[in-house]
Write a protein that binds this ligand. Structure first.
Ligand code: LRH
Ligand code: MN
Ligand code: MN
Length: 388
């Protein structure tokens, strides 16, 4: 039997981090369809994030991407967030959009380019000091397109050197989250292509270095929940970049393409204690909303994570363990499927009402009049930078 009040308490205390770039115009590399009313600067992105928080109650953290969110005064930006009941989350570095990075950033064969990339990563830590952010999220577009193009192991050495310098610079309460991605933009080798490579680097770097699992960054058919279980067991799961994919790195709304996979991931998180705030697992979204309305899409994504989490919390752990120990394959599977097949929407509506919120966050957003206000009041919305 599952303790419903414990399930509700866990759902109320979960924190889902939304990405600043999802609020701006962004999307595929073929065409970005501009939407009316999108934020013109990072301050307005936070104003929109505050609306997501207002209707969900579980999304008070916002990740920034530098330089997409470059401002003159990061402490002032953090104060703007605080005034709206928000905090600034992961600082995402960007060493992939400068002409100098054609052959890579921290893995580049030229030491001057490597120095420039490292300087940016260290600047991101300075920004973290000003914003009070805990996490530095590193994703590298580094890799090669052709066999023989560069020395694959020398590139690993260069990567290790840069990561060590970044780790050294981090404060006691700061972490480095290393994100992997199978391919793209590099097509032959990628310098951090998988969790094994990320894990090997993080293991050497020590406890401040953790792995990030972006759900869109694997080969089709990869068992992501297994990776999650292994990383949690090794205390190396720093968090998630949640999104959905059908083909490659599609960045669609999390839980849209495969809600069952999201449930299986959350089951491993819940079962292995990763929901507790002390474990530091960050539930971040990394998405773009190119054809759908952005703020309601982000609200829906938050709800999708909550639904998968609720189902995972409803798994009858005692019955599952009993069936597993008895070797009852069918029963074990049906215990899990019972939880997955539960309609958790009424439970989440109750949770929201207990938090003093409207039971239906998308309806609450639509009724708020915010969309009409921003469409009327903001002219010349900002390109997020991604897919430009
Ligand atoms: C790379 C990635 C990484 C970037 C973000 C915009 O594909 O997932 O996290 O910072 O997209
Ligand atoms: Mn990502
Ligand atoms: Mn990605």
């Amino acid at each position: 039997m599952t303790d419903l009040s414990a399930v509700k308490a866990a759902l109320k205390s979960q924190r889902i981090e939304t990405p600043s770039w999802a609020y701006g115009n962004s999307g595929t590399r073929f065409k970005v369809f501009a939407q009316a009313g999108v934020p013109r600067d990072p301050y307005e992105k936070l104003d929109d994030a505050a609306q997501v928080q207002a209707v969900t109650g579980v999304a008070p953290v916002v990740s920034l991407h530098i330089p997409w969110d470059k401002v003159a005064d990061y402490a002032a930006l953090a104060a703007h967030a605080k005034d709206r009941g928000l905090v600034l989350g992961a600082i995402n570095s960007n060493v992939f959009q400068d002409d100098d990075y054609k052959l890579g950033s921290v893995c580049h064969p030229d030491a001057d380019v490597r120095r420039k990339a490292l300087a940016h990563l260290l600047e991101c830590v300075d920004i973290m000091d000003a914003t009070g952010s805990r996490d530095l999220k590193l994703w590298f577009a580094d890799g090669t397109n052709y066999p023989g193009q560069d020395d694959v192991s020398a590139r690993q050495d260069r990567l290790a050197e840069a990561l060590a310098a970044v780790c050294e610079r981090l404060g006691d309460d700061q972490r480095m989250l290393l994100e992997y991605k199978l391919f793209e933009p590099a097509f032959y080798t990628t310098d951090v292509p998988d969790w094994g490579t990320a894990y090997a680097h993080c293991l050497k770097l020590g406890p401040k270095a953790q792995v990030v699992v972006d759900t869109g960054h694997h080969a089709p058919g990869t068992n992501i929940e297994f990776i999650v279980a292994v990383l949690l067991r090794e205390q190396k799961l720093g968090g998630f970049d949640f999104n959905s994919r059908f083909y490659a790195d599609d960045d669609l709304m999390v839980g849209a393409a495969d809600p069952f996979q999201l449930f299986r991931i959350m089951h491993e998180v819940v079962k292995n204690g990763g929901l507790a705030a002390e474990t530091g697992v960050a539930f971040m979204l990394d998405q773009c909303h190119n054809i759908e309305a952005k703020i309601p899409a982000i609200v829906r994504s938050v709800m999708n994570v909550q639904e998968a989490t609720a189902k995972a919390l409803l798994v009858d752990a005692a019955a599952l363990t009993a069936a597993q120990r008895a070797g009852d394959v069918l029963e074990a599977n049906s215990v899990l499927m019972d939880a997955y097949n539960t309609d958790v929407r009424p439970l989440l509506a109750e949770v929201r009402e207990e938090l003093g919120l409207h039971p239906d966050p998308v309806a609450a957003y639509r009724a708020s009049g915010w969309q009409e206000r921003i469409v009327a009041g903001r002219v010349g919305g900002q390109q997020a930078g991604w897919g430009a």
